[in-house]
Structure formats: C-alpha cells, structure tokens
Design a protein. Structure first.
Length: 290
C-alpha cells in the first residue's frame, strides 16, 4: 500500500505517521488567552442556551469615535435589493479598506467564544459595515447559514457578531433576534407567536450569535442613522462568503496581527486544507514579488 503523505506546517510533505511540527505551527487565538475561563464559560452557557448573548460596552468612546471617522467617508451607496436594504448603506471588503475594524474582528472576548464553538483555524467569512438610514424597513428574518445545505437541527457551522457603533435602540434599527431559534428544524420558521427581541445595547457593545439563529435588521423609525459592523465566522472546512485572497492584498495580510491573518485563511486545517502549492499559505507572503 502506498504511504499517505501530507504537507507539514513548514511546507514539507511527510507521512501521516511523521512529525507534522515545522516552521509554521498551527496557531491558536493569541488574544483569547487574555479572557478568564470562568467568564468564557458563563458566556458559552448563555450562548448555547439562547443562541445569542450581548456583551456590553467593550469599546470605549475614543475607539468608537475613531471607527466613526474612518468608516463614514467609505459609505457612498445603498443596498441593491430589499434584503440589503434600499435605505441601508453597506461596505464589503472591509479589512483591506480600513484597519480600524481589526479590534472588532479579533476581539479577545469574541475569539475566546469562537475557540470553543468552532474547530481550530476557523475563518472570517465576512466583515461588513451596515449603516441603516432613517426610513428603512425591517429586514426579513433569516439565519446566516441558509446557504449551507445541511439539514437542521444541527450544530452551528459558524457564528456572527454585530458591533454597535451607535446605540442600538427600539426605533433606530436594532437587530431583531428570535431567542432559542438556533435549535429549530428546517420546517420551523418564525411566526407571529414567537418572541422577537431587539438587541438593545449602548454603543461599543456587541451581540454574538450562532449561525443557526433567526434574526434580522430592525426598521429605522428614528431621524438618525444606525451604524454597525458585522463579522461572520465559519468552520475551517467551509467556503467563506468573501474571498479574502482576492479582496485583501498580501501587503495587508503581512501587516495585520497573527489572529487576523489566520482568520483570513493564512492557516491550514489539518491535515492540509488551505495549502498553496503543497506549502503553508504563509509561505506565499514570504515572496517579495507579491
């Protein structure tokens, strides 16, 4: 029988029975180690029970002001359809366009939860800025994993965050969630009898929810816009919504922290998913011509 071989983290092909340690070892979430285990355990228990939780006031006023200043000039068009919202501004490809969202993408409290919900070397599936303008209607309720055709009920294949850059209020488009809906089967959809709660939270807070939870953007009946940043994550063996190898330049991939570089796909899901020419993808960043 021929020997099965795989690329090690440093790019060499060896047998499955060999030592896979090399130059680029499989990386863990560095920032997540800052969070107390008891805090993470409490967060995780609430998440698995309700399908979501709100983590209040994680960003200070200075950080929020910096994010507002950087994002506002980049919002120059509204959605293309009813789901995106004709009165909602959206920005895709965010990691390449600004670095102010780095702290949101890889916040320690978020990574600590993701480390327990998803497999190692999970990926950033999408990072998007959403600015709901006055007069926008409520978005249709949905769950983010609709495009993964795996029958429910099941374990979530991903998770998401929505960061409140402005206060989320009952009348300005706060995200509406359906508690407990992460456990529903395929033939169960929200109806008028289900509890639907707006994720009310002050600016600087984040709502974290599983990819199987039903939710949707609320209607903005106020006179001001509601700015948010959403980051979605998925298992390392799934296709991401955004192709970051095309939308994020090698220069940016070199510049971001290791946690974000891994989330962008510069990692290997054991034994070899994500390789490039038989090598660890970070080897591509060593090429000065890229």
């Amino acid at each position: 029988m021929s020997e099965t071989r795989q690329p090690t983290e440093d790019g060499a092909l060896i047998s499955l029975t060999g030592d896979v340690a090399g130059t680029y070892r499989s990386t863990r979430s560095e920032a997540a180690a800052q969070i107390d285990r008891q805090v993470v355990a409490a967060d995780l228990a609430q998440l698995m029970r309700d399908g979501y939780l709100v983590l209040p006031s994680l960003l200070d006023a200075v950080t929020l002001a910096e994010i507002q200043r950087a994002l506002t000039p980049l919002l120059d068009h509204t959605g293309r359809n009813q789901f995106e919202g004709h009165r909602t501004q959206r920005l895709y490809g965010v990691p390449e366009k600004t670095r102010v969202t780095d702290t949101l993408i890889a916040h320690p409290r978020v990574l600590a939860l993701l480390d327990r919900v998803l497999l190692p070397n999970y990926l950033l599936s999408q990072c998007q800025v959403i600015n709901i303008l006055p007069g926008e209607q409520a978005q249709a309720l949905h769950y983010d994993e609709l495009f993964y055709r795996v029958p429910r009920p099941r374990k979530a294949l991903g998770a998401a965050t929505i960061w409140a850059i402005d206060d989320f209020t009952a009348d300005n488009g706060a995200t509406v969630i359906v508690p407990g809906s992460h456990t529903w089967p395929d033939d169960r959809v929200p109806n008028s009898a289900d509890v639907k709660l707006p994720a009310l939270m002050p600016a600087g807070s984040v709502v974290f929810f599983l990819g199987t939870l039903w939710h949707g953007g609320g209607a903005n009946r106020s006179e001001r816009a509601r700015l948010a940043v959403t980051c979605q994550y998925c298992e390392p063996w799934l296709r991401t919504q955004e192709n970051y190898f095309l939308s994020v330049s090698p220069a940016t991939a070199r510049a971001v922290p290791e946690d974000i570089r891994r989330l962008l796909g510069y990692s290997v899901h054991h034994p070899f998913m994500g390789m490039a020419n038989g090598l660890h993808p970070k080897r591509a960043l060593e090429d000065p011509s890229r």
